[in-house]
Design a binder for this molecule. Structure first.
Ligand code: ZN
Length: 411
């Protein structure tokens, strides 16, 4: 996707002062002649910023403003060691709320709605972002945070909440409880704003039906404001991204080069307006693609696809990037496949060979047809030719983790 004029102007302006404002980027770009950056192609030569860089800047090394201008910090989870701390200025907090209000509006939520917010509040960014956007919109917030299902449902009924903000897994839990308690007719929900986790379409639709809502996928990450930098619309064909606040690229995670629109790769984000901790070419490690063309909803904001996985899950074969979600999708679209599968990648006689084992309950005589069907579906979805192997139900070892379904035996 081409960088537009507005973005280019802001980025050049950002770059011109970044070394003075940010000790972090002064160090990172110490060997880069910033004044030579003029075009999108020049910009694409800048080094990426990765989570490890942010971690190394702990605690406040990312700050690009005097300390007196920092009004809040957020921190991403420290499950893998030192946390990342992101400082926000007053303007950053406002900008985030502006984007979040836009998300609610995109989802058809108005000041008449009552928004039950179940993501957590605190260091992690989620809850407070949902809250600030809600108040800016003028809707009524029911700020629950996660857990305490009894109280959650009581408030949902008594406050007549019309919008549920939750992760998919929490929405599922609530849907099950509502069914179990037989209180569906006391629930007034009409919309669900759901954090973008990858869930099977069938599963999501059944949670939405149980709750009686329409789901909207919201996207974001703590390093770049938090949730709210993009959301899906009524057509549910991707996530509209607020490209007046962020500039995004899709790169091949192996080579670092940008890929053509429509090709899956890693989402890389540059903040256009962030003061507290501007980030340039930040690698999200989320896999998605730019959806070319215009959305039928008429919004001018460009779209990315629902996040299909993380870069760690990806394997490259014959120049094609593959990841488990694509196989999940193909297998779940086939009536003749149970959904259990294994992909084996081997290097034989100088060639990479991909074998897909899939469990099926169709009789022996019909298996060649099922195998042919699989080959064609994979060819059209992933653009790669595989060797199919239909096997009996229960033949393949079971694994908790989806990522354990692709085995790369080449190295
Ligand atoms: Zn749209």
């Amino acid at each position: 996707m081409r960088m537009n004029g507005f973005q280019r102007e802001i980025i050049l302006d950002l770059l011109s002062s970044i070394k003075e404002r940010s000790p972090f980027y002064a160090e990172k770009f110490k060997d880069v002649d910033i004044t030579s950056i003029e075009t999108q192609e020049d910009f694409e030569t800048l080094p990426f910023t990765d989570k490890a860089d942010l971690r190394a800047a702990y605690p406040l090394g990312l700050a690009a403003v005097p300390e007196k201008d920092i009004v809040r910090i957020h921190s991403s989870s420290g499950t893998t060691g030192t946390p990342v701390v992101i400082p926000y200025t007053k303007k950053d907090v406002e900008d985030w709320a502006v984007m979040f209000e836009r998300c609610y509006r995109m989802a058809g939520i108005t000041e008449r709605d009552r928004i039950q917010i179940t993501p957590g509040y605190g260091l992690w960014t989620a809850g407070i972002g949902f809250q600030a956007g809600c108040e800016r919109l003028g809707a009524m917030a029911v700020p629950m945070g996660p857990g305490n299902t009894d109280k959650q449902l009581r408030m949902m009924v008594d406050m007549r909440s019309t919008v549920l903000c939750a992760t998919s897994s929490y929405a599922l839990l609530l849907a099950e409880e509502i069914k179990k308690r037989g209180i569906r007719d006391q629930i007034c929900l009409r919309k669900g704003v759901i954090g973008s986790e990858r869930w099977g379409d069938k599963m999501r639709q059944s949670i939405a039906d149980d709750l009686g809502v329409e789901f909207y996928d919201i996207y974001g990450l703590t390093e770049i404001y938090g949730p709210g930098i993009g959301i899906s619309c009524d057509y549910r064909n991707g996530i509209h991204m607020w490209d007046d606040y962020i500039y995004f690229e899709i790169i091949d995670p192996k080579t670092g080069r940008t890929v053509p629109d429509g090709t899956v790769g890693e989402l890389v984000i540059t903040t256009l307006r962030k003061e507290g901790a501007p980030l340039i070419r930040y690698r999200t490690h989320d896999l998605t693609r730019i959806i070319p063309g215009e959305c039928p909803c008429g919004s001018r904001f460009p779209r990315i696809d629902i996040i299909v996985g993380r870069t760690d899950d990806m394997v490259k074969v014959k120049g094609v990037n593959m990841f488990p979600a694509q196989f999940d999708e193909v297998l779940s679209s086939m009536d003749s496949a149970s959904g259990e599968y294994q992909v084996m990648i081997d290097h034989l006689n100088g060639k990479d060979i991909i074998t897909v084992y899939f469990e099926t309950d169709v009789p022996e005589a019909d298996r060649p047809a099922a195998e042919k069907d699989l080959v064609e579906r994979i060819k059209s979805r992933i653009n790669i030719t595989v060797i199919p192997r239909a096997v009996d139900l229960g033949y393949l070892p079971r694994s908790e983790k989806k990522t354990n379904r692709i085995f790369d035996n080449r190295y």
